[in-house]
Design a protein. Structure first.
Length: 245
């Protein structure tokens, strides 16, 4: 997927967890092979060309496309699985793959899982010793600095996902124009139980811009967010403070 994945896995029976970790890594590689838009032989590329139908593909393809369609509906089209008229579920696949891998480890008996895929993090359980998981949110305007620290205290499922221009430049597309999104934002970080949805909502909100994006994020259940503008203004949802620490 063109990025780095890191695992922090705690507890469980060592043999079972090690096997599950190997399976989770293999699953991430498999997701890349199936969904990569850069590989002509991937199922998603062949589906986009009309060489395959959804029924011909692995079941995961239909699952991801259904999730993407739901994201498009809930965001009123601000999240899209199309780029330049071509099928491209890139905006949802990474979060979905991260969450699936993390849940596979938890199902195998791990009592704490932190899986980071290119800055999008799924947290499950706890790291032990009555300490919560904590995730630093990079400051997009001050390389090496932190804009906030998110705490998973009080919950056993939390995700943190960021969309913005700091790492990859202007790569987020405005689905209404088909061109790079022109907004006042440099980063949107979303905190939610699921990284699949947190990643989608961060992308959609970035395309909307700070005012509409913040208003929309406030309307979503179990979602908090931090938005940073190019002018170094910080805007956040009403309940975000309860997740910082």
């Amino acid at each position: 997927m063109g990025t780095v994945f890191s695992f922090d896995v705690r507890g469980g029976e060592p043999g079972a967890v090690r096997t599950a970790l190997e399976e989770a890594v293999a699953g991430l590689h498999r997701a890349d092979a199936v969904f990569s838009t850069y590989r002509d032989d991937s199922q998603i590329s062949r589906l986009a060309r009309g060489d395959l139908t959804v029924e011909d593909c692995d079941p995961e393809v239909a699952e991801v496309l259904d999730l993407g369609a739901k994201a498009e509906e809930l965001s009123d089209g601000w999240f899209s699985m199309r780029y330049e008229g071509r099928l491209d579920p890139t905006g949802i696949v990474k979060g979905w793959a991260v969450e699936r891998a993390a849940r596979h480890l938890a199902k195998a008996g791990a009592t704490g899982v932190s899986l980071n895929g290119g800055g999008d993090v799924q947290l499950l359980g706890t790291p032990g010793q009555q300490r919560p998981w904590r995730v630093g949110v990079a400051d997009p305007l001050r390389p090496g600095g932190l804009a906030a620290v998110v705490s998973a205290a009080g919950t056993t499922e939390l995700a943190v996902a960021t969309s913005g221009t700091a790492e990859r430049g202007a790569h987020i597309v405005d689905p209404r124009t088909g061109r790079s999104a022109v907004t006042d934002l440099v980063a949107v970080t979303v905190v939610a139980p699921s990284v699949t949805w947190a990643d989608c909502w961060a992308t959609a909100a970035f395309a909307m811009g700070s005012r509409e994006g913040l208003r929309w994020l406030e309307s979503l259940p179990d979602v908090e967010a931090l938005l940073i503008t190019a002018g170094d203004e910080v805007r956040c949802t009403g309940g975000l403070a309860s997740r910082l620490g």
